[in-house]
Design a protein around this ligand. Structure first.
Ligand code: ADP
Length: 363
């Protein structure tokens, strides 16, 4: 059977284990020899025990676990050709020419580069007698299928990334808990949630929790935001509300691009309204805990689709990323989605927020 390896790379997210499980089982089911690569690209470069054959039961009882059981890492070595040469050797030694990468846009970019270089890496390995002529011929094509694991929902082309729904559950649980204490003491709470370039978590959490205000990177506040916020909070209290909730995304900014931090919002509320105001920074709690049913199923469906894409690949097949489109797992050209995702970051850096929102599309 075909040699296929799965690895998780970059930041972890809930649901990655479901994806790994699905890749392993679908791969075995379709007759592939499936391997785990531990610690992302680092394990691929280092080889040895980091690359281990998986069997049906090695992915039992992991679907409910958060994070990734095969480890994830950032790897400087893989950014150098020297590192990628070692990685290519480690894969060929095991007959692996199919990769499923679960990570963010950085990880997918690395995979695409690896594929572009594959032929020249193999030539170099042959020239230095690391591989034989037969191996050079047998393993001449590398195939890649990606999936996006990210709690931020910050990738173009997919309606949801693996982990976003679970992170929202964590945030909503936290807000619900805060609301009861805020109510008792008539407090205002400012919740900082993750999302450096993408306000999806903040926006959806605000809608789902009846927050009074939300600050996100894609919609920088106008010059008179202080006045508008204070008026709103004041009105809410006057009409009988005992508390206020304000959600701030990490990357929230004003029209000049200056950060709107939880501290700044707190100062505004305290100075203008003298409300008893507290800040809660959710931080890594958002990445933790068990994956939601949605993320488990999303990981399962995407993992199965990724394996099918690899099994059906021909020499001409370009790397794909498996995306959610409506309620369907579909294959999209990997680099086109990465390029669009990077264009969004660029548009935000250029303060062209309308373009950023337009480029991001449905997600
Ligand atoms: P994410 O995948 O979550 O965006 P990173 O950007 O940190 O996270 O990428 C994860 C890893 O992918 C990096 O540590 C590196 O090993 C690899 N990688 C990222 N960008 C590249 C690149 N341009 N070339 C080669 N490898 C890359």
């Amino acid at each position: 059977g075909k040699g296929l390896a799965v690895f998780t790379s970059g930041g972890d997210s809930q649901g990655m284990n479901a994806a790994v499980r699905s890749v392993v089982r679908m791969g075995i089911y379709l007759g592939a020899k499936v391997y785990f690569i531990r610690e992302g690209y680092q394990g691929m470069v280092d080889g040895g025990d980091n690359i281990e054959e998986a069997n049906w039961s090695s992915v039992s009882s992991i679907i409910h676990k958060g994070g990734t059981i095969i480890g994830s890492a950032r790897c400087m070595d893989f950014k150098q050709r020297e590192g990628r040469l070692k990685a290519a050797f480690n894969l060929i030694s095991r007959g692996i020419t199919n990769l499923v990468v679960i990570g963010g846009d950085g990880s997918l970019t690395g995979a695409n580069l690896f594929r572009q270089e594959w032929s020249s890496l193999l030539d170099e390995l042959l020239k230095t007698n690391k591989i034989t002529k037969d191996q050079r011929e047998k393993y001449k094509y590398l195939h890649i299928a990606g999936m996006v694991g990210s709690i931020d929902n910050d990738f173009c082309g997919t309606d949801m990334t693996i982990g976003t729904d679970s992170a929202l559950h964590r945030i909503i649980e936290a807000i619900d808990a805060i609301v009861s204490t805020a109510y008792s003491h008539q407090r205002t709470f400012i919740m900082e949630v993750m999302g450096r370039h993408c306000g999806y978590l903040a926006l959806v959490a605000a809608l789902a929790s009846e927050a009074d205000a939300v600050f996100i990177p894609e919609d920088p506040v106008p010059y008179n935001w202080v006045e508008k916020l204070c008026k709103r909070l004041h009105q809410e209290r006057k009409s009988g509300q005992r508390l206020n909730i304000i959600i701030v995304a990490e990357g929230a900014i004003d029209r000049e691009g200056k950060p709107i931090t939880a501290e700044l919002v707190k100062k505004v509320v305290v100075d203008n309204l003298q409300q008893d105001t507290r800040i809660t920074v959710l931080g890594h709690v958002q990445r933790g805990g068990s994956p939601s049913a949605f993320d488990r199923i999303l990981g399962c469906r995407m993992g199965a689709e990724a394996v099918m894409a690899l099994m059906e690949a021909t020499p001409e097949t370009e790397p794909c990323v498996v995306s959610l489109d409506g309620n369907q797992a579909v294959r999209l050209p990997l680099m086109e989605c990465v390029r669009r995702t990077k264009a969004v970051s660029q548009a935000m850096a250029d303060k062209n927020w309308d373009l950023a929102v337009q480029l991001r599309g449905r997600s």
